[in-house]
Design a binder for this molecule. Structure first.
Ligand code: M6R
Length: 610
């Protein structure tokens, strides 16, 4: 899970490559490097650590030239080090490669290449690619790349340069994302749109098994077998500012604040003028297919999985279809029971998560119809699913997912209502009632954002704790799982989410004096039960913070130490509000501890390896 950029044009490429890499750091950031055609030939500079380290090296050894490739790495094979950083070259130093993905059979290829005299300088799987291309080169770089990849198994996006043909940049996509940017007298490659936005909005999205040959004035697209293909150019309407921090200290904070807009955008054009019907013309699912659905499986990873937990309650209560939730990495290996009457919903912000993509393929292979809920149009998951419901959260840069999660909740609510309409499980009045509540959510989020100073103060209080619990019932429990993940991933504080009624079956033993317990108490139907569970932890010394509605605060404050209020909405929609408090809590805790909020240790934004 790395980031690739490439440039061929008339400008000095170093700055363009480094700028592009900055926009891709969310994909990996344990080392970075660039290769540029200079007057002295193909030259490489690379550095372990953050991009700033590469920039310092480049200040000392600038690379002047108008074609180059760059890479930001998230280690899979071989530790983060200068030697393992990309670009990788062959022994003649005439071929240079950047790679995202994994070459599964690299050990066997390495042995073969070493037997043929290749000398390896890194522990990476990628280095075999540069040696392979060098071995296969007979005067035509395109043919050499095509030949080399016939030996490779696995997932790869590649950018390739050779000193023998300095007017060409070759790009390949096989199960790892890659886009081609089109400029005037210059062309680009990138793993993702933000890398190119500063320079062009016109892109081609490569499909698996395709490649591109870029020169300064042209781009040829072809299959990896060499058959030329025509592709419509896409004009990206994200502006560069959308992908920047817009004045916030961190992307995460900016993205938390973008949620009202993301809710509105995700609903935009999907509700009829009367406000009593969901319209989803983008779906190919017929009424008959919807009426025949017997069960639904929601499959995803991490935060997207947590969105699916809420989606399950939405669908089950509004449509009465049984729903199972699955972690994608488990689903693909558990021989899921799927029939043509099973609808599988895969949820993925990036649309590139390897486990989710594999689960999608598993479901399709078993005959299921797959609906993808994703934030990235043109992503692998979007392209392979039978149907796609796009969340319109805009690019999410911070590793910790916030606006993508809440947009997934909005999309799941819309889809549940759509199913309910078709199956007649909710009347038009009931649908209108829920839709009206959804339209009010963006403004309600603003009132939570306005409490950020109080949340910050609480975050500072809890930041020296080593352990913490989140509890709740029903959708409050689902939100607890997300609140806990958010806190863990950016503050590194151990926390657990528990169904409030389950604590007494073992985990209560961990509750001791002063341990913070965050109790979500928004579900009226089970409020008394939740209060009993709060009393259980209080009696063992816990310091309890409740998240609840105004009308319950006075009563709850008899049992808890502090409370944050969220605006009143329908029970099923409370996760779209309560989670915002928890996102801010995680953010300010991380900030109080001085961590790198947007790029937490050991994690990457898009997990394109198994
Ligand atoms: O791009 P995806 O939604 O498929 O990513 C799934 C998870 O890797 C992701 O949600 C992860 O858990 C987040 N970084 C958590 O904030």
């Amino acid at each position: 899970m790395c980031g690739i950029v490439g440039y061929i044009g008339n400008q000095n490429s170093q700055g363009i490559l480094v700028e592009g890499l900055k926009k891709l750091e969310y994909r990996g950031y344990d080392s970075a490097g660039i290769a540029v055609f200079t007057q002295e030939g193909l030259q490489v500079v690379k550095a372990k650590g953050r991009l700033a380290n590469l920039e310092s090296k480049l200040e000392e050894h600038p690379l002047a030239g108008s074609a180059g490739i760059g890479h930001t790495r998230w280690a899979t094979h071989g530790k983060p080090s200068d030697a393992n950083s990309h670009p990788h070259t062959d022994n003649s130093q005439k071929f240079s490669v950047v790679h995202n993905g994994i070459v599964e059979n690299y050990l066997e290829l390495k042995e073969e290449l070493m037997a043929g005299g290749a000398h390896f300088t890194s522990e990476t799987d990628t280095e075999v690619i540069s040696h392979l291309i060098a071995r296969e080169y007979e005067g035509d770089i395109v043919k050499a790349v095509q030949k080399a990849i016939t030996y490779m198994r696995g997932a790869f996006a590649l950018g390739v340069l050779t000193e023998y043909e300095p007017d060409k940049l070759v790009a390949v996509r096989q199960a790892s994302p890659l886009i081609i940017g089109i400029g005037e007298g210059e062309n680009f490659i990138g793993s993702d749109i933000p890398a190119l936005l500063k320079y062009t909005r016109n892109v081609y999205i490569l499909n698996d098994g395709e490649m591109a040959v870029l020169t300064r004035d042209a781009v040829e697209l072809m299959t990896i077998e060499g058959n030329f293909i025509a592709r419509e150019m896409i004009t990206v309407d994200w502006d560069a500012v959308t992908a920047e921090k817009a004045g916030y200290e961190h992307f995460m904070l900016k993205e938390i604040h973008e949620q009202p807009r993301a809710y509105r955008d995700t609903m935009l054009g999907r509700v009829n003028a009367e406000g009593n019907k969901v319209i989803l013309p983008e779906l190919s699912l017929t009424e008959e297919q919807i009426k025949n659905i017997r069960n639904i499986q929601i499959v995803a990873c991490g935060t997207a999985y947590h969105a699916g937990l809420v989606g399950r309650t939405m669908i089950e209560s509004l449509v009465r279809i049984p729903v199972e939730n699955d972690v994608a990495s488990e689903y693909r290996y558990r021989s899921p029971i799927v029939s043509p009457e099973t609808l599988v919903i895969v949820v993925s912000q990036s649309g590139e998560t390897a486990d989710t993509l594999a689960a999608l393929r598993e479901a399709q292979a078993n005959g299921a119809h797959v609906l993808a809920i994703t934030n990235v149009v043109g992503s692998s998951i979007a392209r392979e699913a039978n149907d796609v419901l796009v969340t319109l959260a805009g690019p999410e840069i911070a590793v910790a997912s916030t606006k993508a999660y809440t947009s997934q909740l909005i999309a799941l609510a819309l889809f549940s209502l759509y199913l309910a309409e078709v199956r007649g499980t909710q009347t038009a009045e009931q649908v209108a009632h829920i839709l009206a509540a959804m339209q009010a959510l963006p403004e309600q989020v603003e009132t939570i954002l306005a409490q950020k100073d109080a949340i910050k103060t609480y975050a500072e209080q809890i930041s020296d704790n080593k352990h913490l619990f989140f509890i709740g019932r029903g959708v409050d429990y689902a939100v607890a799982t997300e609140g806990s993940l958010k806190l863990k991933e950016i503050s590194y504080i151990h926390s657990e989410a528990y169904a409030a009624g389950e604590l007494k079956h073992g985990t209560l033993a961990l509750i001791e004096d002063g341990i913070p317990v965050i109790a979500l108490a928004t579900q009226e139907a089970v409020l008394e039960k939740t209060v009993s569970n709060i009393k259980e932890v209080k009696a063992r010394g816990a310091e309890v913070l409740a998240i609840t509605h105004e009308e319950h605060v006075t009563d709850l404050l008899k049992s808890v130490d502090q409370a944050f209020v969220i605006p009143k909405t329908l029970p099923l929609l409370t996760p779209t509000l309560s989670v915002v408090t928890l996102q801010l809590l995680a953010y300010y805790t991380s900030l109080a501890l001085g961590h790198d909020v947007d790029k937490p240790r050991n994690l990457a934004k898009s997990v394109t390896v198994e």
